[in-house]
Design a protein around this ligand. Sequence first.
Ligand SMILES: Cc1ncc(C[n+]2csc(CCOP(=O)(O)OP(=O)(O)O)c2C)c(N)n1
Ligand SMILES: [Mg+2]
Length: 327
Amino acid sequence: MTSAHQTSTSEVLQMLRTMRLIRDFEEAAGQALEAGHARGSVHQYTGQEAIATGICHHLQPHDLVSSYHRGHGHAIAKGVCVNRMMRELLGRQGGTSNGKGGSMHIADFSKGMLGANGVVPDGVTIAVGAAHALKMQGKAGVVVAFFGDGAMNRGPLFEAFNWAKLFALPVLFACEDNGYSVTLKTASVTGGPSTIERVKAFGIPTVSVNGNDVLAVAQAADQLLTQVRAGAGPCFLHASTYRWYGHLAHDKGLYRDPAEVEQARRDDCVRHTEHWLLAKGLIPEQLESLREDSQARIQAALQDALNAPWPEAASAFTDVQDLGGQA
Ligand SMILES: Cc1ncc(C[n+]2csc(CCOP(=O)(O)OP(=O)(O)O)c2C)c(N)n1
Ligand SMILES: [Mg+2]
C-alpha cells in the first residue's frame, strides 16, 4: 500500500470498519438471495470496497452520492443504516423505500444517498442534475457519481460530462473499473484511446488510482474533492479494481479465467488494510474483534429484516410515480 501522508491510523481503522461492514453485508445479501429471502437481483460489491470507502471518507453529511446497480457499498459508506437496507432487500416495511425498491433502488436522502440505479448510466445524469441544483441554490456541497467501466460506452455519460464541464458543476465522477461489463471484458467492446483520454477531451482533470488500495483512493479523492469544492468544476477519478463474484449473485462467472479471479482475491483491499494496521502496531485481537462486531451487526440486520412485517396491501399505490389512474 502507498504510505498515508495525512491519513492517521484511527482514520484507516475507521475505513477498515466500513470495508468490513460492506463485505459482510454483501455475503449476507448473497445468501439471502440464495435462500429466497431477498427479491429481485443482488449485485455484490465484494472486492471493490476500498473505492466507496476511500471516497466517502472525505465527504460531509450534506454531500451527495449517486450510484448504479452495484450500489450497496456506496450506501453503507455514506452512512445508510444496514438494517433499513436489509429490510429493503427483503421487501419489508421499514426498508429505505419501505420494501418497494429492492437492491437496485436503495436511496436515503437523509444521508445524501440519491439512489442506486439499474439503468446504465442514469445515476450519473441524476448526479449532474443534483450538482446543478446545488449550484443554482448557492448551497455548499459536492456530488459524487459512482459508475462502472461499462458506463463509459453509453452516450448519456458524455452528455453528463459536457454539462458538468460547461457549468463548472461540483461533481466528482468516480469510475470503478473492474474490467467487466456483465460477461464481456469491457476492453473488447471499447474503441479508440483509453477511458482517461476520453475524459481529458472534455478538459476534465483526471487521476488514476489502484482501487484496491484504500489509502491511495482516499488520498486521490481528497485531492480531487478539494478542487471540486473550490469551484474548479468536475473532476474524474479512475479506480482499477475487480469484482470477486459474478455480475449478480446467481452468476457463477464461468466466463472468467479462475486464475484471474484467484489473483484478484489475493489483491484484497481488506487484507491489505489489515496488514497496514498491523505494521502500525495494532494487535491481531483488535482486528478479530472488529471482524466479529461487523458480522454480528450484519447478522442482527438480517434477523431484523426476516422478522419485519410485509408492507400493507393498502400501501401498494403510495410513493410510486405511476398511480394507475387511482390518484
Ligand atoms: C441502458 C442499459 N443498457 C443495458 C443494461 C444492462 N446492463 C446491466 S449492467 C451492465 C454492464 C455494467 O457494467 P459496468 O458499468 O462496468 O458495471 P459492473 O457491473 O461491472 O459493476 C449492462 C450492460 C442496463 N442496465 N442499462
Ligand atoms: Mg465493470
